[in-house]
Design a protein around this ligand. Structure first.
Ligand code: GLP
Length: 225
């Protein structure tokens, strides 16, 4: 069975998905169709309580950036249901479905300004698994851009896969871009594993790749202008 891949949302992923769609559409038709028909992905997280049609949901994000452009069936792109009546049950069933598919082949991650991955805000340890979380002020502020720049409009809770499901992936790709990530990237490059910096648990993984742009790395390795 082909293992699913893990997908993140957020601004970092927008140009990546745009480029991916462009490249895939240039593939020979038969190969593109093969990939499209076998596509299976699980997103990391979703806000709690947004309506099905809310354009701020990660479901809407995925529909705009991948499902529609690639003509995928929405059932191939799994996203936690933030409208479930029983969120605890939804968390259990989401992680169970992922594990029944064999866990992630690879997972794409963005990085929060406070070091979160998925919606695993600090403090957070490697034992964390899929659950409902209360979002920190920093994370709501970071994501206010999709909610009319008002952090008060950002939902207070979310469903997220934990660090444990992420670390079970065969391969992890952390993508960090933009000057606003320079401080946290610098911290991450100097850090050992710590609950105060959730992304630091990636150091425990054997196949983790870090992709950065020059802005994000501007403090990290003494890159010159
Ligand atoms: C968000 C999402 C993550 C995302 C990260 C970075 O809160 N939960 O999946 O990767 O934070 O977001 P951005 O790319 O917009 O900086």
């Amino acid at each position: 069975m082909k293992k699913p891949f893990g997908l993140a949302t957020g601004r970092t992923m927008v140009p990546i998905y745009r480029t991916l769609v462009k490249r895939l559409k240039n593939w020979p038709t038969a190969e593109f169709e093969k990939l499209r028909s076998s596509w299976l992905s699980f997103n990391l997280d979703e806000y709690v309580g947004l309506s099905e049609t809310d354009l701020c949901s990660f479901k809407a994000y995925m529909s705009e950036h991948l499902v529609q452009p690639l003509g995928l069936n929405p059932s191939q792109v799994n996203i936690p249901n933030g409208r479930a009546r029983n969120l605890k049950e939804e968390s259990h069933s989401y992680t169970k479905r992922l594990s029944q598919c064999g866990g992630f082949s690879f997972v794409l991650l963005g990085l929060g300004i406070n070091g979160h991955i998925g919606f695993n805000d600090p403090p957070c340890g490697p034992e964390s698994s899929c659950r409902v979380v209360t979002l920190s002020g920093a994370t709501r502020q970071q994501n206010a851009f999709s909610f009319g720049s008002s952090s008060n409009s950002v939902p207070k809770q979310a469903l997220t896969l934990g660090i444990s499901e992420i670390l079970q992936a065969d391969e992890i790709h952390l993508i960090v871009t933009g000057i606003e990530k320079a401080d946290v990237l610098d911290l991450l490059l100097k850090s050992s594993c710590s609950r105060s910096l959730p992304a630091s648990w990636l150091l425990k993984h054997q196949r983790v790749f870090l992709w950065v742009d020059q802005d994000a790395l501007s403090l990290g390795l003494g890159v010159e202008e």
